[in-house]
Ligand binder design. Structure first.
Ligand code: NAP
Length: 328
C-alpha cells in the first residue's frame, strides 16, 4: 500500500492544527514535518495540548520546510507564494495565493502574483482534472460553501445572485485582532466586507468552470457570528429544484442534500457539507432558498486539502475522512 510523507507549513495556526488531525486519521499519510514562524523550536504538544500523550506531540516545529511527498501550506496570504517554488512533491495551498488569475488576484488580495493560478481544488468540478497535477489551490471557506450551494444550478442561474453567510471566529485565524476579540464577537453579529469579500471571484471562477455564466454577479454579505466553527450560507434561488441537486450530488460521499433547512452542528468537526433546497410549504410558485453548511476548518480548509491529495493520488476522495470525533 503506497504511503506518503507530509509536511504541514503553519502548524501553529488553526488550519494547520486541523490538517494535523486529518493527516493522523489518514491510512496512507504520515506526518513527518511541521513548520511555523514564532512557534519554531517548540514540540507540537506545546502548541496543541491534546497531542500531549501521542508520539507526534514530541515532533519539534521547524522554521523551514522539511522534505516530504506532500506539502500542506497553511500560511497567511502572501507567504505561500514565497515558499511554494522551493517545494518538491505535491503542494496544496490553503491560502488565496494561487486561486485567481491576474488582475483579479491583485484586486482581491492587494498584491500581484506572477505565476498562473493553480488547479482550483473543488472536487465537484471534476475529478478527472487532477490527473498528473501536483499543485492545487484549495478553495476559500466561504467560496466552498457558496459554490456547493450554486453548482447544481450553474446552467440556469439568475443574472444577480444575492447571498448571505454567517461564519465562526476560527475563520479569522489564530492571531487576535480588534474585530475578532472575544467581547466583540461573543453575543454579537457583525456584517463585514459587505459586497466586497475576496472569495466572490473564486465563486465566479468555479461557476464558469462548471459551465455557468462567465460573469455571474454574486452580491455577498458575510456576517461574523458568535460561534467558533462553521459557515451557513443562504441564497434565494428561484426555480432551484431538489431533484436537480440530488442528481448532481448522487454518489458524493461528502455532500448530503435535503429539502429541510440545515443544522450547523450536523457538519462542524466533519468534512461534510449539507446542502438544502427549501421551497414554500404550499409548494406554490417558483420560490426556493438554497442553504449550505460546512465547517470552515473542514470542507472550508483542511479536510478539503486532504481530499485534494487523495484525488491527485487517484484515491477515493473521502479516504481518511471518516472519523468525525465528538458527535455533539
Ligand atoms: N481559518 C480558516 O477557517 C481558513 C479557512 C480556509 C482558508 N484559510 C486560509 O488558510 C491560511 C491559514 O489560515 P489560518 O486561519 O490557519 O491562519 P493562522 O491561524 O493565523 O496561522 C498562520 C500560520 O502561519 C504561520 N506563519 C505566519 N507568518 C509566517 C511566515 N512569514 N513564514 C512562515 N510561517 C508563517 C504562523 O506561525 P506562527 O504563529 O508561529 O508565527 C501560523 O502557524 C490563510 O491563508 C487563510 O486565509 C483559513
Amino acid at each position: 500500500m503506497e504511503s506518503l510523507t507530509v509536511c504541514i507549513h503553519g502548524v501553529s495556526g488553526y488550519t494547520g492544527a486541523e490538517c494535523v488531525r486529518w493527516v493522523l486519521n489518514h491510512p496512507r499519510l504520515t506526518l513527518t514535518g511541521a513548520t511555523a514562524q514564532k512557534a519554531a523550536g517548540k514540540p507540537l504538544a506545546a502548541l496543541w495540548p491534546r497531542l500531549g500523550r501521542t508520539a507526534v506531540g514530541q515532533m519539534v516545529v521547524q522554521a523551514g520546510p522539511v522534505d516530504a511527498d506532500v506539502h500542506l501550506l497553511c500560511l497567511p496570504h502572501g507567504q505561500a507564494v514565497i515558499h511554494a517554488p522551493e517545494l518538491r512533491g505535491m503542494v496544496v495551498d490553503l491560502s488565496g495565493d494561487h486561486r485567481l488569475a491576474e488582475p483579479v488576484h491583485s484586486a482581491a488580495y492587494g498584491f500581484a502574483r506572477e505565476t498562473p493560478p493553480w488547479l482550483y481544488g473543488l472536487p465537484e468540478l471534476g475529478v478527472e482534472r487532477y490527473a498528473g497535477q501536483t499543485r492545487v489551490a484549495n478553495p476559500g471557506c466561504f467560496a466552498s460553501a457558496l459554490a456547493l450551494a450554486l453548482l447544481p444550478a450553474a446552467s440556469r442561474l439568475p443574472d444577480v445572485i444575492y447571498a448571505t453567510g454567517l461564519t465562526g471566529s476560527t475563520g479569522s485565524g489564530a492571531t487576535p485582532s480588534e474585530g475578532t476579540h472575544h467581547p466583540m464577537r461573543d453575543e454579537n453579529l457583525r456584517p463585514y466586507k459587505v459586497l466586497a469579500h475576496q472569495h466572490v471571484p473564486e465563486v465566479q471562477r468555479a461557476l464558469a468552470e462548471a459551465g455557468g455564466p462567465a460573469c455571474a454577479s454574486v452580491q455577498f454579505v458575510p456576517i461574523s457570528a458568535p460561534i467558533r466553527r462553521g459557515i451557513l450560507v443562504s441564497i434565494p434561488l428561484p426555480g432551484a429544484e431538489i431533484a436537480q441537486y440530488k442528481k448532481f450530488y448522487a454518489g458524493n460521499p461528502l455532500v448530503t442534500v435535503s429539502d429541510q433547512p440545515p443544522d450547523l452542528l450536523s457538519v462542524t468537526g466533519t468534512p461534510l457539507t449539507q446542502v438544502s433546497v427549501v421551497r414554500p410549504r404550499d409548494g406554490n410558485g417558483d420560490h426556493a432558498v438554497v442553504f449550505s453548511v460546512i465547517d470552515n476548518l473542514g470542507r472550508g480548509a483542511a479536510s478539503q486539502a486532504i481530499a485534494n491529495v487523495n484525488l491527485m493520488m487517484g484515491w477515493p476522495v473521502d479516504l481518511g475522512l471518516g472519523a468525525f470525533g465528538a458527535l455533539v
